[in-house]
Design a protein around this ligand. Structure first.
Ligand code: PEP
Ligand code: MG
Length: 835
């Protein structure tokens, strides 16, 4: 291929007053060197009117219109280096303007190089700072712009500074811890490498890390080079080690689950076909098998205009990222943090530079955008699937899951084929975490898959949803005839099909017995959380939607202690109207049926961001405009919510609670505004309270108690503010322990302040759902504990087995402890005494 760029076509250290000016200058370079007729410059401007030629990472590629090719004398490229940059499109600034005059497709190779460079910020920066035009010539013509380095090199060398460690994770390096490694690595400029024998990965890249195939006890070499290399290595090593305890806990929990799980005492007497899989969700179900044969994805190659295709891909990636953020938050609230983290890790897969570079390379080879993306993702997924460790290999499913989401946003029609309309046992090749999260437990009697593993994300979600499941049942599973009579023992991971009428009858009797046992447990759950000496605590549930109330009550909740309303605002593109909100709160009131219902006003900011509100970027969002602070500044959001709440209050009892309060004045303003809204609507007065989640609110609890009707202690935030530990911080989050005696003392102060004015105190942070935490809180004298529904039975049974005076003694001991470990140790010494 002829060289497209020569030194005379490079203008170093240029300045441009506008994008128009930059295009004129680049065009002049091309015209002066005889590559184009001067009129082609108009064509360059013309293109900008119909499409945006900003490629990414400070690079723009102005090029003329197709129909003006006759104005090109020969193919060439001019580069304007703009160290100060120039505004190109929508706030994006270009530092390298690469003007292309191409008669046919000779420039494709150059575009490929550019896209590779875009994935390599360091090289790109060097080009923006270069003082020798030949540096740009070499990079864009090919010399030095070597083929993209493969994620896995055959004999990789370590960087200068290095440390070694043994990977102490029982399940090896899988997606959740790996995404924390990525978060740490990305905070440093240094080039980093993790080597596992002959394989090396870039720890800023999740897929690359997963492809390392690092299993338990793998010997890893971390190495770094660059300005902050030493700090980066220390931080990465610390992150790796800090996660070890959590990984062990998870493995122990999985072991305990397996040990606890008693296979059901039913096996068929008559001949039946058995599929022996691996348990992925306990439970016993009987029903018709419904076989879902996953249609092969048929993504057509429809070549299009490259720049436009790049933008479409970017847009699809952005939409997928937003969708996954929302899903992660929603799943955390609905099912729990571990489940939410699955989609957080999926989100990280989207940032994978190798995946993006591969897609861009295919795109620039002239392929269609959807095809290029699909191929790139498939190639990466196949590499993951080929890893010898089954757990790591199963991550290919996660990558394919994410890739499908992107394809959907690229306009590919991927009809979801795993939804059941009538109750059945679902049989499929595999289910992605997204499919599983969408399963309706009301009609999904269970599921069995050909592939998958017990620790896969799909299995985690199945267990949380309470759906019996068996995975890794083998390829023959797909030969099961649709509609066959089937019995699934999810606990032992066995599926029986072609079961005789007599065996089905026996299975039904077994199922009845199991249901009776479950009913007994439910009946216990429904008993009040009364201590042995008759002290009753209220138990609330933390929920986000009206349809969760039923499940909360079934799990033993006396009411709703926290409805997080921000979730109403999250899964959408604009704020819900007053009427929409009213409809939701009214349904909450109805579903609660007169039970206690505390609805918290919008708690946006901090870790919960809403893209369409366009809130300014804050360097310390947890200390910034969040919760009530935001609402008081945004009456356009706050007033409709208060109006909707008071309208719902006409339909039944509810309490209104304000989050993230730090001063008395904020509380006064909120109370005054609420009263104005109430009076306008002629609505009933309702109890108005605050969350106590800042140290100032706890320290001033007696003052606040004089103002408001009730408190609910948000121990999640209170902990992060008392201990000065960001609850989202990848390395420090584990220090954010609500059992820390310093936090417990703040809680005591809050209860004392409330008591002085005879006010009601609840706790709705995570501490309430931990049996030891709940015991201490009860001993500290709180009135209510509100938690996620599935935590209720364990907390209730702990309280029902304790005496109040012993819990009070436990709380006193805890307040005197020096650290969290000492508090935890009370579990063994004191809890027995409490019973
Ligand atoms: C808390 O901070 O404890 C709390 C319940 O609120 P959130 O977790 O929604 O911030
Ligand atoms: Mg909070």
């Amino acid at each position: 291929m002829p060289s497209l760029l020569t030194a005379e076509l490079v203008r170093l250290n240029a300045r441009a007053t506008s994008k128009h000016d930059a295009i004129v200058q680049a065009g002049e370079l091309l015209a002066a060197a005889g590559y184009i007729e001067p009129a082609y410059v108009d064509s360059l401007h013309g293109r900008e009117k119909v499409s945006n030629t900003y490629l990414g990472n400070g690079v723009a590629i102005p090029h003329g219109m197709q129909e003006d090719r006759h104005l090109i004398r020969r193919t060439g490229v001019a580069v304007l280096q703009l160290p100060e940059g120039v505004e190109w499109h929508d706030g994006e600034r270009a530092n390298l303007v690469v003007a292309i005059a191409a008669q046919s497709d000779e420039h494709i190779a150059l575009l490929q190089r550019l896209t590779r460079l875009i994935g390599d910020s360091e090289k790109l920066r060097a080009l923006v700072d270069a003082r020798d035009p030949n540096a740009l010539v070499a990079a864009l013509n090919g010399a030095g712009a070597d083929a993209a380095t493969s994620v896995i090199e055959s004999t990789p060398a370590d960087f200068e500074q290095r440390v070694e460690l043994v990977l102490d994770y029982p399940h090896g390096l899988h997606a959740r811890p790996a995404s924390t490694w990525v978060a740490t690595a990305k905070r440093y400029q240094a080039a980093l490498r993790v080597r596992n024998g002959k394989l090396a990965a870039d720890p800023k890249n999740l897929v690359s890390l997963l492809q390392l195939g690092a299993t338990a006890n793998a010997h890893l070499v971390l190495s770094a080079q660059g300005v902050d290399a030493a700090d980066a290595l220390t931080a990465l090593k610390r992150t790796i080690q800090a996660l070890s305890a959590e990984e062990h806990e998870r493995a122990a929990a999985a072991r305990a689950r397996r040990q606890k799980a008693q296979p059901v005492s039913w096996t068929p007497v008559d001949p039946a076909t058995m599929f022996e899989g691996v348990s992925a969700g306990p439970g016993f179900s009987i029903g018709q098998a419904r076989v879902m044969r996953t249609a092969q994805l048929d993504v057509q190659d429809r070549p299009g205009e490259t720049v436009e295709a790049t933008h479409r891909l970017e847009e699809a990636l952005r939409k997928t990222a937003d969708e996954l953020d929302t899903l992660a938050r929603d799943t955390t609230a609905r099912l729990g943090a571990e489940e939410g983290a699955i989609f957080g890790a999926h989100r990280e897969l989207l940032n994978d530079t190798e995946l993006l570079a591969e897609a861009a390379r295919l795109l620039l080879d002239g392929h269609g955008v959807a095809w290029s993306w699909h191929q790139a993702a498939e190639r990466q997924a196949e590499r993951l699937a080929a890893l010898p460790d089954p757990l790591l290999a199963s991550r290919a499913t996660d990558l394919r899951d994410v890739a499908r989401r992107v394809l959907k946003h690229l306009g590919e029609n991927l009809a979801a084929d795993t939804r059941l309309n009538t109750p059945a046992i679902l049989i499929a090749e595999d289910l992605t975490p997204s499919d599983t999260a969408m399963l309706d437990p009301a009609v999904t009697l269970g599921f069995c898959t050909v592939s998958g593993g017990p620790t896969s994300h799909t299995a985690i979600l199945a267990r949380t949803l309470g759906v019996p499941a068996a995975v890794a049942c083998g390829a023959a599973l797909l030969d099961v005839a649709d509609g066959s009579a089937a019995v699934l023992d999810g606990t032992s991971g066995r599926l029986y099909v072609g079961v005789s009428a007599q065996d089905l009858e026996r299975a039904r009797r077994t199922q009845l017995q199991l249901a009776e046992e479950a009913q007994r447990a439910a009946a216990n759950r429904a008993l009040p959380a009364a201590t042995l000496d008759g002290h009753v605590l209220e138990i609330g549930a933390n929920i986000t939607r009206p349809d969760q109330v039923r499940d909360a009550i079934a799990n033993g909740a006396d009411g709703v202690g926290l409805m997080r309303t921000e979730f109403l605002f999250l899964e959408r593109h604009d704020a819900p109207s007053e009427d929409e909100q009213y409809d939701c709160y009214r349904r909450m009131v109805e579903a609660s049926g007169g039970r206690h219902l505390i609805i918290r006003t919008l708690d946006i900011g901090g870790d919960k961001q809403v893209p369409y509100l366009n809130l300014p970027h804050e360097s310390n969002p947890f200390l910034g405009v969040r919760g009530l602070r935001l609402c008081l500044r945004r009456p356009d959001l706050f007033v409709p919510q208060l109006r909707a709440l008071y309208r719902a209050a006409k339909d039944g009892p509810l309490w209104i609670m304000f989050p993230m309060v730090s001063t008395l004045d904020e509380a006064r303003q909120a109370l005054a505004l609420a009263e104005t809204v109430r009076a306008e609507l002629d609505a009933p007065k309702v109890p108005l309270g605050i969350m106590v989640e800042t140290p100032s609110a706890a320290a001033f609890a007696d003052h606040f108690a004089a103002l408001v009707d009730f408190f609910s202690i948000g121990t999640n935030d209170l902990t992060q503010y008392v201990l000065a530990v960001d609850r989202e911080h990848p390395e420090l989050a584990r220090m954010a322990e609500s059992l820390h005696p310093a936090v417990l003392r703040m809680i005591k102060q809050t209860v004392d302040g409330a008591r002085r004015h005879r006010k009601w105190v609840g706790v709705c942070g995570g501490l309430a759902g931990d049996p030891l935490g709940a015991s201490i809180l009860a001993g500290l004298g709180v009135d209510e504990l509100s938690m996620s529904s599935r935590d209720i039975p364990a907390v209730k049974s702990r309280l029902r087995a304790s005496r109040l005076d012993a819990l009070q003694a436990l709380a006193r001991r805890a307040l005197d402890c020096e650290d969290v470990d000492a508090v935890r140790a009370l579990e063994t010494t004191e809890i027995k005494a409490a019973a």
